[in-house]
Ligand binder design. Sequence first.
Ligand SMILES: [Zn+2]
Length: 631
Amino acid sequence: MNQLRIFAAKFFRMKQLFFLKFILLPLWSIAQFLPVQRDEEYLVKIQPTSDKFASVSVVPPLQGLELDSVVFALPRVVPGTYSISSFGRFVDSIIFYDQHNAELTSVKLDDNRWYIPQAKELYRIEYRVNETFSRSGADIFEPAGTAFRKDFALLNFFGIVGYVIGAENFQFEIEIQRSADFYSAGNLPLIERRVDADVFRSPNYFFLHDNPHLLARPDTASVKIANTTIHLAVHSPEKFNSAKQIMPAITDLFQAAADYFDGVLPVDDYHILLLFAGGDDRLEHNYGALEHHYSTTVYMPDLPFDIIIDDIRDIVAHEFLHIVTPLNFHSDRVHHFDFQFPTMSRHLWLYEGVTEYTSHLMQVRGGLITPGNFLDIMRSKMESAEEYDKFVPIYTASKYAFDIHESQYLSVYDKGALIAMMLDLQIIISSNGERDLKDLLVDLGNAFGPDTFFVDHMLFDVIAEHGFPGIYEFAARFIEANQPLPYREFFDMVGFDFSLEGESSSMSFGITGFDQDPDRNVLVVISMDEADAVARELGYQVGDRIMKLNGESMEFGKLENTLVKFFTFSSFGDTFEVEVLRPNKKETKFKTVRLKAKVQDVKLKTENLIEPMENPGEARLKLQKKWLTNN
Ligand SMILES: [Zn+2]
C-alpha cells in the first residue's frame, strides 16, 4: 500500500505543470484500470508492493473465452525445477468480474485451477499474489520463486500471472508498476517505458514464463561475446557485490563457451539476474539457479566477492550452456510443456548431464582450468554418483523424477555428466579424433533448433541418423540400463591410467581429528591418532583451536578462502605458519602459539584415480589432445 501512495505523489509532482492533463487524470486512470478487452491478447497489470505481495489484474482475450465455460490457472509445475510447485497456493482473494464490474460465479477445482461457468461474460480477473520467499514450508526453490520487497522484486511470472487453459498461445501485454528509481532487468521485449511503470509484450504464456525479471535499483553491466550480448543485473543488499565487479570475473566463461562452439552462440541476448540474499534471508534459503532460454535467475548468499565468485562462475557456466540443451535440442515433452500435468522427458541426462559436463570441458579447452582440475571435478562426480541407487538407470530416474524416483533425479548432475563424458570419449575414439560430442550437439542444434523437437522415445534414432550408430549399444548399457561406466577402458584409449583406488599427492595444513569449537567458530583438535606428517611436524596438541593460517583467519566463513589461497600460492618446501589458541589443562586459560612446518607432499588414499600414462604413444596423445584441447 505504501508504494502506491509514493507512485501517486510522484505522478502528481510530474504532472502539475501540465494542468490540463492533470484535470483529465481521473478519467485517464480509470481507463487504465479498465482496459478494453482485446480479441487476441491478454492484458496484465502487476503492482508489486513492499509488503510481500503483489496485486494482479488479468483481462483475458475474447477469443480465449469462446467456450461456454473455461478454467483459469496458475502453473502446478514449471520446467527445470523437476518438482511440483503449485503456484496457485500463493493466490489470495481472487475475483472474476464481468463488464459491469459484477462478480461472476467460480468454482475452485484444486490449488491451481478455477472453473468459470459463464465464460462469455468474463471480463477481468483480480487477485493478490503472495511472495514465495517468506512462506516457510512452501518448498519453492528460490530461483523459481517470487519476492516483493522494499528494495527489490523477483518476478518469476509463472508465480504471478495466470492463464486460461487452452488459451496459452495468445499474446500477453504486461504492465509492471515500479518505483521511479527501479530498473526492470530481464529479456521481455519492452514496448513502453514510463516513469513509474514498464510495459512488456510476450508472444505467449510459455515465453512469459520463460523470461523472469528482477526489479531493483539499477546495478547492471553488459558485454558482447561473439554474436551474443550478455546482460548482468545484480542486487546485493549487503553491498558486498556489484555488476561492475562480477562481470569482468565471469566474461572469460562466455568467451570459452563461444570458442567451444566455434565462435557462434545460439542466442543474441542473454540475461543474468543475480539476486543476493542479505540479512536473515541468508540462513534458511536454497541457493542456486534456474535456467531459461534467454536468461537465468541466480540466488546466492551475499558474501564477500572473493568467497562467492567461484560458486557464481560454476553456476553461471552451467546455466548459460543450457542454451544448447534443451533450448536448441529438446523433445516434445519439453516443447509442449503442460504446466498442470506434464509428462517428464526420459532425457534429463541430456539436458542436465551434458550441460554440466560441457560447462567444465569448455573451461579446460579454453585454458581456464588445467586438465588436472578438470579430471578432479570428474573424479568427485564419480564419488557422488556412487551415492545413488545402483538399480535405477538414469533413464528411469528422469522419467519418474516427480514421483517414485524423486530421490534419484539429482543423479543427473553427477551420473549424467559422467555419461556425457563417456559418450564424448566414445565418439572421439570411434571417429579416431575426427568428431566429438560438441560436433554432434552442433549438428543436432542445426537440424532441430528452438522451434522444433524430437519425439521423446526416438532420441537414439535421431542421434544414430546424425552419424553415431554406436549410440544404440551405449544407450542400452549405460542409459537404459545401469552397467558400470567403462572408465578404465576409455581412459586408456586417451592416455590416462585409471584405478579404483590409489594414492594421490596433496598439500596439507596439518590434518588430524578435528571438531568445531562453536564459541569461536573454528576447528579444534580432538585427536592426534590419525594425524598426517604435517600435523605431527607442526606439533598440534589436543585442545588447540586453529585460529590463523599464514596470518589469515581460519574462522568458518573465511576458512574456505584462506585454504584456497594456501593451496594456490604454496610450493613444496615453503615454510608456513599456523596460529593456535592453546588451552591449559582445565581449559580455563588460553595462550596464542605459533607453529611452523614445511609444505610437503602428503599421500592421500584416493578412489577413482586418473593419472597421465607414462608412455602413451602418439595415437593416444592425438585423441587426448582432441578431447582436452580440441586440436
Ligand atoms: Zn541445469
